[in-house]
Design a protein around this ligand. Structure first.
Ligand SMILES: Cc1cc2nc3c(=O)[nH]c(=O)nc-3n(C[C@H](O)[C@H](O)[C@H](O)COP(=O)(O)O)c2cc1C
Length: 360
């Protein structure tokens, strides 16, 4: 797969200059973000998404270009700290597998025991991760019940203990990802931001929904602006970016140092490339049927190459995401979901797009 960006740096710089002259008030994404020793360029981040952002999907995003930083799925600090036999890695250790072309990459950890989190972070550093991120945002009951994820937003003294312990255990940049608070009566983003800053944390990502909200309602970007105004460390804005226009608007409205995209990247893996193109030129390429065919084929062949044990399940899961925007996509989805094995799925995809070309 190759980048669809055409033209030289000079042409793009000239287009950007022309755009700024035409509309100097037009908001811009910062060209890069510095997180401790790591430069994130461009200033865009693929959100950690459990069950989605494994090594195969992360590499797919990397290959498109335009994404400055990728993050693993959240990983149990307990599972990592308890993994003592390298020949029999725990499931958590398998989540930490990545390839060289994924750099810069951050490992996201969850848990609630400072010493366990510290040990797990040290393992991530040994594994070659560029950064470690701590999850203080996960709303899932299973995690919250053990006081992990967003559950910790109700116990800020414990948050501070975790920050101190993990900071002392690693030398690579350490970041945190939070929601705005437990509920609308307990918004703690700025307090946690100050705590992060005071404890040597290198950046903070805010998804400005409360834990109680889950994914309902909308992200209140005003909380990102408040956090940005309150702290000196870089702030990554996250929540409800669906288009490149949204990304630039979030940067303009909040002053955040970088933006993070999650769900939109599932049905539109081109989004980072589009954001980069839009910030440089004011327009972007919209993928057509051929692009979508190439994307599905590439992702499926990467899965086959990777030899994932749950390959057929993954193909069906991603067929649901990737067929959005495909002409007659429901038909393709149904064919894939009714297939028995990987080779039948691949054959169905080829047949579907070939028939579409012949009919056109
Ligand atoms: C399927 C799924 C899995 C997620 N898993 C994680 C996770 O492992 N760690 C985390 O910090 N956030 C996780 N999130 C939250 C996202 O990182 C992000 O904060 C949220 O989706 C809002 O961004 P968006 O509107 O761009 O999707 C997950 C979200 C989804 C939809």
């Amino acid at each position: 797969m190759h980048s669809r960006f055409s033209g030289s740096r000079f042409v793009r710089a000239a287009a950007l200059f022309a755009r700024m002259v035409a509309d100097p008030s037009m908001p811009q994404l910062p060209p890069f973000m510095r997180v401790g020793s790591v430069e994130v360029r461009p200033a865009t981040v693929l959100a950690p998404m459990a069950g989605v952002t494994d090594t195969v999907f992360r590499r797919l995003i990397r290959r498109q270009g335009g994404c400055g930083l990728i993050v693993t799925e959240f990983t149990s600090s307990h599972g990592i700290a308890c993994s003592t036999n390298p020949r029999k890695p725990t499931r958590s250790m398998r989540y930490l597998a990545f390839t060289e072309d994924e750099h810069p990459i951050s490992a996201q950890l969850f848990g609630s025991k400072p010493e366990v989190m510290a040990r797990a972070a040290a393992v991530c550093q040994e594994q070659g991760f560029d950064l470690v991120d701590i999850n203080f945002g996960c709303p899932v009951n299973k995690v919250v019940r053990c006081n992990g994820g967003s559950g910790l937003l109700r116990d800020l003294p414990l948050v501070e203990q975790i920050l101190k312990a993990v900071r002392a255990a690693i030398t690579i940049p350490l970041t945190i990802k939070i929601r705005s608070g437990w509920d609308e009566n307990d918004i703690v983003a700025v307090r946690v931001g100050h705590m992060a800053e005071d404890n040597g944390i290198d950046a903070i990502t805010l998804h400005p929904r409360t834990r109680k909200q889950g994914y309902s309602g909308h992200s209140d970007w005003r909380h990102i602006a408040e956090l940005k105004a309150a702290v000196k460390i870089p702030v990554v804005g996250n929540g409800d970016i669906v288009t490149p226009e949204d990304a630039v608007r979030m940067a303009g409205e909040t002053g955040c140092d970088a933006i993070m995209v999650g769900r939109a990247a599932l049905s539109n893996p081109w989004i980072f490339q589009q954001i980069a193109e839009y910030s440089e030129t004011g327009s972007y390429h919209t993928p057509g049927q051929e692009d979508r065919h190439r994307m599905i084929r590439t992702y499926f062949s990467m899965l086959v190459e990777h030899g994932a044990p749950d390959m057929v399940g993954r193909m069906k899961q991603f067929a649901t995401y990737f067929t959005h925007g495909v002409r007659d996509g429901a038909q393709l989805r149904s064919r894939i979901h009714h297939s028995k094995d990987a080779s039948e799925i691949v054959a169905q995809v080829e047949e579907f797009f070939l028939a579409g070309r012949e009919a056109a």
